[in-house]
Design a protein around this ligand. Structure first.
Ligand code: ATP
Ligand code: ZN
Length: 680
């Protein structure tokens, strides 16, 4: 039987404050959470959307060390960028705080202390990795080494990003310090462990029996974790950045970031609702939903619930964790460290006023059931051929025609014809599917439903042809345009969760104030006689140049990454002088140069080699325009046996140097020489 809830608490994964927010974060977590929160608000539900920056942990300290600033400087910088850009994108947080806040420190500290006092931890002294050069213990991202599961050489001390396995630093094969690069030694240290194994039966019951309705990716990951068997997990670290472990004898130790971060959801709620926060956490009639990406599933479905069970005192477990898979960018994994990302704060500068376009594309293409790819071409196509050509076009036609035939006043409808009734029947069925999809976190499908209202509107105008009817029958024209206006109003309601800026603009045009979800599907949202505002374009076309600039920026980043990662090839074995001299190296002048048809890499040269003219085929077509090489002098090997390439006999090889990114540069003399001159 479906449970009834009085209120919903929506949490969003706390973005880690060592960088700005990118489109992967948005598609995975914040856009769907915002759609859901806006939808519930429109339904008149009691809902809060909480979020905040995750500001502790090792990567922040590594970044600070690298930049020669304090960890606080780092988190202040990124918290501001993240918070501001979320706001500008219309992510409607009721509170967006941070884990360095006093409320959070006190809450997380108390949480740990209660578990400690209840005897919920195992205190354990063990050998841990220690960097003697840096004088500190190494945990999490402070250690890199080989993953014991998949062999990835760059696994971290907390997780292997290649296979997703969560690790302990001591699991790594051939560990190295990320601070100094030195090989760590083992040293004894004391930590507190949460015995996850103790909670395994309860977790099994709760998830595997109680939540079969969860998304298959989430349920499946939980099941495989539980089937592997849970182990005690350390919840403290030897670090100086974080919330101090609040017990005697714990100097120099802080709470593990994954212990403190989810408690941030509680602290955020406290900051928002100092008096009533507990109702949102402890009342069984509260429904808690955690929006996260797939790499956070274990923490939200296993670790944090075990913490909450250990704490007791009525804390509720999440009702659902609709985790998304990952969004990739132009075929590659998004990465903060490799700068392979579209950064939200940069997007907002490059595409001012186009928040909804990004929200639309990220939802239409959301990685709900499998990893998905964002490409700039797809972004452009969805804007131009969906938002402009379908949605914007319908609304524009409806408003312009109302101005043209009725001076902008919505005419009263006469008696409906079957086509009008059919349109509203279709609208009702769209609403039912749309609500159903939103209720079940199927946001991609829900967005398609909403778009179907605009498609319906276009089809309606196409079939009723008010511009023709107006020549003979103004009464019928009035009915048609009344129906069209009601469809526009329905669009304003249906799209509010997805594209709040467009919805607001449209409501302004239509003179609509308060809206609610109940109204959706109705044929009387706009009263006859309402004067419409001027038709403003809801979306405009995105030109090729804007897209090409974005693609170029990504390509530049990729090239820079290759250059940064490049190492000089080791010197080849010695070759004796006589052998070297056997290669007949010459300079020649390019007489002709052209592309080899149907071969995108090859150029065909005709070279004056001093003796006669020779043909050479060279694989440099990607890097040169043929005409730019005519008249230039190049070095080539003259005495290679002739070789047939694409049916052309090549007599020799032109020399070029290869850049780290594969770019070839042709070698030639620095001053003119006589064709045929030998290179020695
Ligand atoms: N490419 C992505 N697609 C979908 N969700 C993502 C993606 N990258 C991160 N997320 C989710 O966004 C939330 C916040 O991410 P977090 O700040 O922890 O960054 P992260 O996973 O370390 O990413 P990055 O390494 O790119 O900075 C998490 O729930 C995470 O699962
Ligand atoms: Zn691995």
């Amino acid at each position: 039987m479906e449970k009834k809830f009085k209120r919903t608490l929506i949490t969003t994964a706390l973005p880690y404050a060592n960088g700005p927010v990118h489109i992967g974060h948005l598609a995975g977590v914040y856009v769907p959470a915002d759609i859901y929160a806006r939808y519930l608000r429109l339904c008149g539900k009691d809902v809060v959307l909480v979020g905040g920056s995750d500001e502790h942990g090792v990567p922040i300290t590594i970044k600070a060390r690298r930049e020669g600033v304090t960890p606080q400087d780092i988190v202040d910088r990124y918290h501001k960028i993240i918070k501001d850009s979320f706001e500008e994108l219309g992510i409607s947080f009721d509170v967006y705080s941070r884990t360095t806040s006093d409320t959070h420190s006190a809450t997380a500290s108390e949480f740990f202390r209660r578990l400690y006092d209840k005897g919920e931890f195992i205190e354990n002294t063990s050998m841990q990795l220690y960097d003697e050069e840096a004088g500190q213990f190494l945990a999490d991202r402070y250690v890199v080494g080989k993953c014991p599961h998949c062999g990835n050489e760059r696994a971290y001390g907390d997780q292997c990003e290649a296979c997703g396995t969560s690790l302990n630093a001591t699991d790594l094969i051939e560990p190295k310090s990320a601070i100094t690069g030195s090989v760590p030694v083992m040293r004894e240290t004391k930590h507190w462990y949460l015995p996850l194994d103790k909670w395994e039966p309860a977790l099994r019951e709760w998830i595997l029996e109680g939540h079969k309705e969860w998304k298959t990716n989430v349920y499946g990951q939980c099941k495989s974790w539980l089937d592997m068997g849970l182990q005690p997990r350390a919840v403290s670290r030897d670090l100086d950045w974080g919330i101090p472990v609040p017990v005697e004898g714990a100097e120099g130790k802080v709470l593990y970031v994954w212990f403190d971060a989810p408690i941030g959801y509680i602290s955020n709620t406290k900051e928002l609702l100092p008096d009533t926060w507990a109702t949102y956490w402890k009342d069984p009639e509260t429904r808690i939903i955690n929006f996260i990406g797939k790499d956070n599933i274990v923490f939200h479905c296993i670790v944090f619930p075990a913490m909450l069970m250990a704490y007791g005192d009525g804390f509720q477990l999440p009702d659902n964790v609709p985790a998304n898979e990952f969004l990739n960018l132009e075929g590659d994994k998004i990465s903060t460290s490799r700068n392979w990302a579209v950064w939200l704060h940069e997007y907002l500068v490059d595409f001012p006023g186009k928040q909804d376009v990004l929200r639309y594309v990220l939802t239409a293409n959301a990685p709900e059931t499998k990893d998905n790819d964002f490409t700039w071409r797809d972004f452009q196509a969805r804007n131009n051929s969906e938002l402009v050509a379908i949605l914007g076009n319908f609304v524009n036609r409806a408003v312009v025609l109302t101005h043209k035939y009725f001076n902008g006043e919505v005419p009263a409808a006469g008696e409906y014809q079957p086509i009008d009734n059919d349109a509203f029947a279709e609208l009702k069925s769209i609403k039912s599917s749309l609500s159903d999809n939103l209720d079940n976190f199927h946001f991609r499908e829900a967005l398609k439903d909403a778009m179907n209202i605009a498609r319906l509107g276009n089809k309606y105008l196409q079939e009723t042809e008010p511009w023709k009817v107006a020549k003979s029958d103004m009464a019928r024209t009035a009915t048609i345009l009344n129906v069209a206006a009601q469809m526009c109003a329905n669009i304003a309601v249906a799209f509010e969760p997805f594209m709040p800026f467009m919805s607001k603009k449209l409501r302004g045009m239509l003179g609509m104030n308060e809206i609610n979800w109940d109204e959706l599907g109705r044929n009387d949202l706009i009263p006859a006689g309402r004067h419409l505002g001027e038709a403003e374009l809801l979306f405009d076309k995105i030109e090729d140049a804007a897209i090409e600039a974005q693609i170029k920026r990504l390509e530049d980043n990729k090239r820079q990454n290759m250059i940064d990662a490049w190492t000089v090839a080791p010197q080849a074995e010695d070759v004796d002088f006589d052998t070297f001299m056997k290669a007949d190296l010459r300079v020649g002048t390019v007489l002709e140069c052209k592309k080899v048809p149907k071969a995108d890499k090859l150029l065909q040269f005709l070279i004056d080699d001093g003796m006669s003219k020779r043909t050479i085929v060279s694989g440099i077509a990607k890097y040169y325009e043929p005409e730019d090489l005519v008249g230039k002098q190049v070095c080539f090997i003259a005495n290679l046996p002739p070789r047939k390439l694409r049916g052309i006999v090549s007599q020799g090889m032109i020399l070029s140097a290869e850049n780290p990114d594969g770019r070839l540069v042709v070698m030639g003399p620095t001053a003119p020489v006589v064709p045929g001159a030998q290179v020695k």
